[in-house]
Design a protein around this ligand. Structure first.
Ligand code: PLP
Length: 363
């Protein structure tokens, strides 16, 4: 097999070691003569996998004991609905910071369940996308929760500070679908963290939810049972059959992360990878990135060619060099290199080298 570097934004590449292990044990898992996806979620072998995955995730993210971890269905968007459904009995308003495509999506979905307001929207300053900081806006104390997206996958905008209400009482809800586990975070800054799995955790369909215990048990009566945090918490995320294969694979990824040195090590690696690419983008003006330096994503590096008529040639030649899935989201255009945890340093370097060579030939 040719060495391919897959820059897909999601579902995204998973660590090669993990995929190899999954392949090796696919048809005869733990000597049981079946695969992990063919056994009961209530049997001892799977329960052990499920519990180990949770405990490894807790260790990686240093999740305090007053937070519950849920492995749910429905990906990232499922939580756009689940969050307001689960906590909107006690209030009428949710507030939102809009920094790109996903945070606006969450706000639009929340409108079905409560009143919403947008505290601020990202904007261009000197041609660079910028997210207003809290000296320009504040969180209303009557707000039931405050929602934002820590990394805008489509726009390549990552927010490195955590919003706060003046009293500290408004729960901060974060969509971390595309940068969870990419660096250490302080869980206690958040009321709820959720992430669709297919960027940095495992196969799509699964969502990992980390919820502070006092926010559990406030669901609207009409909340679908499988989205009810209380029911899921009481049943160890097995109110119904969970996405077992995804859960198992997520567990392998958590083990892999621990073996890599945990989230400090990932943060350093991700910094180096993104730096290599942004340095190449900034080198001459042949390429450009339109995100303010403070907000450039370490996970999704977006860039444009100054001469857009070269886009197709760029993508075609990149692909024949084994650099695939670089086309930017249709809403943004240009290119996007998604470099989640599983992307090795060599992948970022290969792309930077290709970009340099492409510029030499076409600049
Ligand atoms: C991919 C993504 C989602 C949507 O995830 P689905 O599993 O497709 O619902 C939501 N938020 C962010 C930040 C994402 O990157």
């Amino acid at each position: 097999m040719q060495n391919i570097f897959n820059f897909s934004a999601g579902p995204a590449m998973l660590p090669q070691e993990v995929m190899q292990q999954a392949q090796e044990e696919l048809i005869n898992w733990q000597g049981l003569g079946t695969s992990v996806m063919e056994v009961s979620h209530r049997g001892k072998p799977f329960i052990e996998v499920a519990e180990q995955a949770e405990s490894d995730l807790r260790e990686l993210l240093q999740i305090p004991s007053n937070y519950t971890v849920l492995f749910m269905h429905g990906g990232g968007r499922g939580q756009f609905s689940a969050v307001p459904l689960n906590i909107s009995t006690s209030f009428d308003l949710s507030q939102h910071l809009v920094s790109g495509q996903w945070s606006i999506g969450a706000e639009q979905e929340a409108q079905k369940f409560c009143r919403t307001s947008i505290v601020a929207t990202s904007k261009k300053i000197d041609g660079k996308m910028y997210v207003p900081t809290q000296d320009e806006w504040s969180i209303a104390e009557e707000s039931g929760y405050f929602h934002y997206c820590t990394n805008e996958t489509v726009d390549g905008v990552e927010i490195n500070w955590v919003p706060k209400s003046a009293s500290g009482n408004v729960p901060i809800v974060a969509d971390m679908s595309s940068n969870i586990l990419s660096k250490p975070i302080n869980i206690e800054d958040f009321g709820i963290i959720y992430a669709g799995a297919q960027k940095n955790i495992g196969p799509s369909g699964l969502s990992v939810v980390i919820v502070r215990n006092d926010l559990i048990g406030k669901a609207r009566k009409d909340t679908p049972a499988i989205f009810n945090y209380q029911l899921q918490a009481n049943s160890g995320s097995m109110y119904n059959t969970p996405p077992t294969f995804s859960w198992y694979l997520a567990g392998l990824v958590f083990k892999w992360l621990k073996a890599q040195g945990g989230l400090e090590a990932m943060a350093q690696l991700n910094l180096r990878k993104s730096h290599i690419l942004y340095e190449q983008i900034d080198a001459t003006g042949f390429y450009k990135n339109n995100v303010h330096n403070d907000y450039r994503s370490k996970m999704n590096v977006t860039f444009q060619l100054r001469d857009e008529s070269l886009n197709d040639l760029f993508l075609e030649q990149a692909e024949s060099n084994g650099l695939v899935a670089l086309k930017g989201h249709r809403a943004v255009g240009g290119m996007r290199a998604s470099i989640y945890n599983a992307m090795p340093l060599a992948g970022a370097q290969a792309l930077a080298d290709f970009m340099q060579e492409f510029e030499r030939k076409n600049g």
